[in-house]
Design a protein around this ligand. Structure first.
Ligand code: BJW
Ligand code: ZN
Length: 243
C-alpha cells in the first residue's frame, strides 16, 4: 500500500500531527477507543473540564496522578522512534501533538509543539503561576504560594483555549510544509482536527495513519489502515527512498 503513495519529490519539511493512538502501543490508553479508551470508563465532563476541577479538585487531581504514574512507566514505541529518526535525513521534521505524555521528546524528536499541554507540569488555577516541581507524592492539589489558589495539571481541558503560540505555530507549519502525516487521532477534537484542512487548502498532501476511519479519512490524500508502530517505520523508509 505504501508503494502507491506519490510523495512530493525532495521532501524538505514534514509535520506529523499526532494523537493518543501513537502512544497506544506504549501502553498509554487512548480516550475514545470503545473498550480500552479512558472515556469508556470515565466521564470527560467530570474530569477534564475547569468546572470539574472547581467542583471536585481532589478527584480530578487523583485521576491525573494515576495517569502520571502510568505514563512515568512507559517508553516510546517504534512509531515515535521512526519520526525521531527521520530528523537525521530530512532537514525540517516537526511534531504537533495533542498528547500530554512527552513520549515524542523521550524518543528524541527535537521540535515538538504541544497543543494540549504536558501532564507532568502544573500551574495555579487562579493566577497561572507555573509549578514545575515533582508533585508525584501528593494526594491533593497543593496551594499556590502567590495567591492561595489551587494548583492544577498543566493540560488543556474542554472549553479552555489552547496555548496561543503553540496553536499559531501549528497552523503555520500545517500551511507551509511539504507533507503532513496525521497519526492516531480520532480527528474530532477542535481546533486540532482542523489543522489538516489548512494543509489540504494549501495543496499540501495529507497522509492519515489510523486503524479505523475518521472524519478526516475521506478528505485525506491517502489514508492507511493500521497501527502507528507498524505503519510508521515503513512510511518513513518510503519517504527516505524517495530522496
Ligand atoms: C491508533 C492506535 C494505534 C488506536 N495506532 N492509531 C467546534 C465545534 C464543536 C465543539 C467545539 C468546537 N470548537 C471547540 C469545541 C469544543 C471542544 C471540542 O472539540 N469538542 C469535541 C469533542 C466536539 N474543544 C475544546 O474545548 C478545545 N478548546 C477550544 O476549542 O477553545 C475554544 C472554544 C472553547 C469552547 C467552545 C468553542 C471554542 C480544547 C480541547 C481540549 C481537549 N482536551 C483533552 C484532554 C487533555 C488533558 C488530558 O490528557 O487529560 O485532550 S480531551 C482528549 O481528546 C485529549 C486529546 O488530546 C484529545 C484528542 O483525542 P485523540 O488524541 O484524537 O484521541 P482519541 O482517543 O479520540 O483517538 C485515538 C485514535 O487513535 C482513534 O482514532 C483510534 O482509532 C486510533 N488508534 N490505536 C494508531 N495503535
Ligand atoms: Zn496562584
Amino acid at each position: 500500500m505504501l508503494e502507491n503513495i506519490d510523495f512530493p519529490t525532495k521532501i524538505q519539511s514534514i509535520a506529523f500531527l499526532t494523537g493518543a493512538g501513537i502512544s497506544a502501543e506504549s501502553g498509554v490508553p487512548t480516550f475514545r477507543d470503545a473498550q480500552t479508551g479512558l472515556w469508556a470508563k470515565y466521564r470527560p465532563e467530570e474530569l477534564a473540564t475547569p468546572g470539574a476541577f472547581q467542583l471536585q479538585p481532589g478527584v480530578v487531581w487523583q485521576w491525573y496522578q494515576w495517569r502520571r504514574e502510568l505514563i512515568a512507566k512507559v517508553s516510546p514505541n517504534a512509531g515515535h522512534q521512526a519520526i525521531a529518526q527521520l530528523e537525521q535525513r530530512v532537514p525540517n521534521v516537526h511534531v504537533i501533538t495533542q498528547n500530554v505524555d512527552g513520549l515524542h521528546q523521550d524518543a528524541g524528536s527535537t521540535d515538538v509543539v504541544e497543543l494540549h499541554g504536558r501532564i507532568t507540569r502544573n500551574f495555579c488555577f487562579d493566577c497561572g503561576e507555573d509549578y514545575l516541581d515533582d508533585t508525584s507524592s501528593l494526594e491533593h492539589p497543593p496551594t499556590c504560594k502567590a495567591c492561595g489558589g489551587l494548583v492544577r495539571p498543566g493540560v488543556v481541558w474542554f472549553g479552555e483555549s489552547l496555548p496561543e503560540a503553540a496553536l499559531e505555530r501549528a497552523i503555520k507549519l500545517c500551511s507551509e510544509v511539504d507533507l503532513v502525516v496525521v497519526v492516531g487521532t480520532s480527528s474530532i477534537v477542535q481546533p486540532a482536527a482542523s489543522l489538516p484542512f489548512y494543509s489540504l487548502r494549501a495543496g499540501i498532501p495529507v497522509v492519515e495513519i489510523n486503524p479505523t476511519e475518521t472524519p478526516l479519512t475521506e478528505s485525506a490524500t491517502v489514508s492507511l489502515r493500521g497501527n502507528a508502530a507498524e505503519v510508521l517505520p515503513g512510511l518513513v523508509k518510503s519517504i527516505l527512498s524517495e530522496k
